[in-house]
Design a protein around this ligand. Structure first.
Ligand code: CMP
Length: 448
């Protein structure tokens, strides 16, 4: 009868909403159980009243969790395994035994209080989240929500530190390190204070063990050893974590320090140094200091195509002549666009030069000026393009293009341009028409 009900239970998706909520709930109870267990031992709380209710709830939930685990699918070689027998076999080989121990109804035992300490094992679920297959997906899930994994590690480190300190503080109470005549909260506070000063290797010495009591002395020595070990571990980990929490920023800062040291060493002028710094500040603001081409260079062809399409989506959306174009055309253009940043006052093209590429403006504005820069023919901005005349008619550049501000441009090389032009006549017609119109305008303006 019971197995019939069990068989009718659904097989849960390890990433599904139910399993996720359930995991959080069990984790919450596990943390509560691990926190309460040493307190119950330290203050010899009897298994009655609220404590008993809580103990029963914890036992029931932990038992239910074993059933949930037995009905949760897992993946093997990228395939779902939903067969309950295989799930059970895998579970028994893994976390079943620790889970079963922690689900034991400890309140039935005479020395149940001490045995509940075993529930600490449940908190190892936290570690499990980072390690098991389901956990890997949980981490991905967290990553997808753009939570920095180093922030999670940092939070976990602080949590373990606090829990360890809590255990040692309760242990200090058990060995009689704090006076019995104080209130329970005061005793705990004093013990916790002693633990933190001992673990942090500060040791003010205002609360000390009774040197005539061997158990207290031995406990203190162990806590001191733990303190020394933890101190090094924590300092190393925290500095490493802080450096990694914003790895991109740390790397950017290092790079800037190196560049500035070099500029100073080579006595580059202050104004140029400032411009270089401003340029890197712009790179940081617009692309977190990453160079798109190096990031995508490592990717396999298929993935690179997807990434490039997404990266260039913005500029494609901004350029009116691309609107409504067929996707093959967009892909062809996208794959051949090369990003480039220009700083205010930079020359993008100079009149009279041979041109090998045309440009699309993703962000910023440029002036189209005559060779001697006395006449401004036009100002082009987001979504507009230039440099097409030299490619279309194989003539030198008809005007000079100067960046007015920081500009994110995308260049399209002549070979790709010609290929696109021959395949997509509508695009060719539009570009030619605009080029002709511009040429006429420029000629009229220079005649004036
Ligand atoms: P190209 O001659 O290759 O290089 C300079 C570019 O400036 C030119 O292509 C056009 O894209 C652009 N250009 C020239 N004249 C004008 C104009 N009157 N208005 C806008 N853009 C122009």
């Amino acid at each position: 009868m019971r197995s019939a009900i069990f068989r009718r239970l659904p097989i849960w998706d390890p990433d599904g909403a139910f399993r996720r909520r359930w995991d959080v709930f069990v984790l919450f109870l596990a943390v509560a159980a691990a926190t309460i267990a040493p307190v119950a031992v330290a203050f010899q709380i009897r298994a009655t009243g609220l404590y008993l209710v809580l103990d029963i709830v914890i036992t029931l939930v932990f038992s239910a969790d074993i059933f949930v685990a037995l009905r949760t699918a897992y993946t093997e070689d990228s395939r779902w395994v939903k067969d309950p027998r295989r799930i059970a076999r895998r579970y028994v080989r893994g976390w079943f035994w620790p889970d079963a121990v922690t689900a034991f109804p400890f309140f039935l035992l005479p020395a149940g209080r001490v045995a509940t300490l075993a529930r600490l094992v449940r908190v190892a679920r936290l570690a499990r989240i980072a390690k098991t297959a389901t956990g890997m997906r949980s981490i991905h899930r967290v990553r997808n929500r753009s939570t920095n994994p180093y922030v999670i590690r940092f939070v976990l480190l602080v949590f373990w530190l606090l829990l360890t300190a809590h255990f040692i503080a309760c242990g200090f109470i058990v060995v009689g390190g704090v006076p019995y005549d104080l209130s329970p909260s005061m005793r705990y506070l004093q013990a916790f204070y002693w633990t933190v000063t001992t673990l942090a290797t500060v040791g003010y010495g205002d609360i000390t063990p009774d040197t005539g009591n061997p158990i207290q002395l031995a406990f203190t020595v162990i806590a001191q050893f733990a303190g020394v070990a933890m101190y090094g571990f924590v300092i190393g980990n925290i500095s490493n974590l802080i450096a990694h929490i914003d790895l991109a920023k740390t790397q950017h800062r290092d790079k800037m320090e190196r560049i500035n040291a070099f500029l100073k060493h080579r006595r580059i002028s202050d104004s140029l140094t400032r411009r270089i710094n401003e340029y890197y500040a712009y790179l940081w603001e617009t692309r977190r200091g990453y160079d798109e081409s190096t990031v995508i260079a490592d990717l396999p062809h298929g993935l690179r195509e997807h990434v490039v399409l997404e990266l260039n989506r913005d500029v494609i959306r901004k350029v009116p002549i691309f609107h409504g174009a067929e996707s093959a055309f967009i892909r062809e253009v996208s794959m051949n666009l090369v990003p480039a940043v220009y700083t205010p006052g930079d020359y993008v093209v100079r009149a009279g030069e041979i041109g090998e590429e045309m440009f699309f403006i993703s962000r910023g504005s440029v002036d189209v000026v005559s060779q001697d820069e006395s006449t401004v023919y036009a100002t082009l901005t987001d979504g507009q393009f230039f440099g097409e005349i030299a490619l279309l008619s194989s003539t030198p550049r008809t005007a000079t293009i100067k960046a007015r501000e920081y500009c994110d441009l995308y260049s399209l090389h002549r070979t790709a341009f010609e290929r696109v032009l021959s395949r997509y006549p509508t695009f060719a017609d539009q570009v030619k028409e605009l080029a002709e119109q511009r040429r006429r305008e420029t000629e009229a303006a220079s005649r004036r």
